[in-house]
Design a protein around this ligand. Sequence first.
Ligand SMILES: [Mn+2]
Length: 451
Amino acid sequence: MTHKKQHYLLNRAEEACMLLKEHLDQDHVVRVISHNDADGISAAGVICNAISQEGGKFHVTMVPRLNEETLDRLSQEKYELFFFCDMGSGYVERIGRLKGQAIIADHHQTMDSTGDDEETLVHVNPHLFGLDGTRDVSASGVTYLTVKPLNKVNLTGLALVGAFGDMQYADGFSGVNQTILTEATEAGVVEEHEDLKISSKDEPLYKALAHTFQPAIPGISGNPEKSQTFLEKIGISYGIKFTDLANEEKDFLTEHLTRINPKIFGSIYSMPQETPALRNLEDYALILDACGKNKNYAVGLSICLGERKSAITEGVEFLSKYRESLIRGIRWISREGSQEMDYVQYLYTEDKENKKIMGTLASLGIELEILNSQKPVITLSRMHNLVKISGRTTLEMTQKGVNLGFALEQASKSFNGAGGGHNIAAGAVVPYKELENFKNLVNDIVSTQVS
Ligand SMILES: [Mn+2]
């Protein structure tokens, strides 16, 4: 059944490819609009690489989200073909009224229409065919499918970078991602091998371990001092690089780390032809993510387009800056802890740097066992008269009934705010003056969810 569904998706993608080809044959500049996160940047990379390999031209804009204002601006533009990546499914009708034709390559579930009645666009989205767009394919994957008929197997690696960026990898890929991976490995574009998943193999070991957040190593990630102590305790010099360890030492270290978190040893996916900094697909995604978080989307896109000098250096720098801010944040939550209520716990900040990473800190706080995993973590970032909220919990808690999307939506609505999301991760905004009431209400709602 799933194969049949993938087949339908592929057919639709092929239709999009034919439309793209028609425009390229007429030398039309393709107007690309994509999302500014790692998946969106990879998706833009896939389509722009494909266009230039075909000898065509493009004009790209990366935006945080598609909204009426952006669409108003686009409706003034006189391009013959618009290509939307990682967005657009929620605005099919509006996109259908643009001056040119359009292709939408999205994987989000929110849709205003299937687009079947629109003459001027081709809508490619796994949800249209009963496939899962949350786990099974990202926008870079969907975008790849639309250029696949042009023999673009060279872009399969980038197609999977976006899947890593959207956290679709969990002990393996599934669905369309798996299909793309098989194609990539058969063509030799991507190689898979088992290895230790630490942040770097050519940095002093204590740093490489302290900078490893995916997977998180409790007691070590985000804590260079404890990382040193750990290495000293097992008798490995902390300043040495992983690559300089003797084989027995590598095995010994791996053994000790897997005792803390078995996920530290597992599959690594790499592009042997790529430059070292981008060879590992997960690292590539982290660099693009850091470019996005730094609001330097152009740097991320340049990397995808093959700029191999300053862009990579800048991207790597953004990533190390981001890791430093995580270390600072982890130090902060280790020191201050959270404010616990009966059913939830809060992290409150007014600090500019912490505000940017609160959602990640909430997840890391649980994974690193700094915070109580039995209570959802709700972060509160003060922005003038408003408070921005992120909530994170564990799969285990959702199985006990916790639904943060519902809790934050209900509670924020009660105080003239707005919010929502998934059961495991959600967000909201409320007026600052209602903060105490909001906190009590979320606690109450979660209490009814677990009882
Ligand atoms: Mn995406």
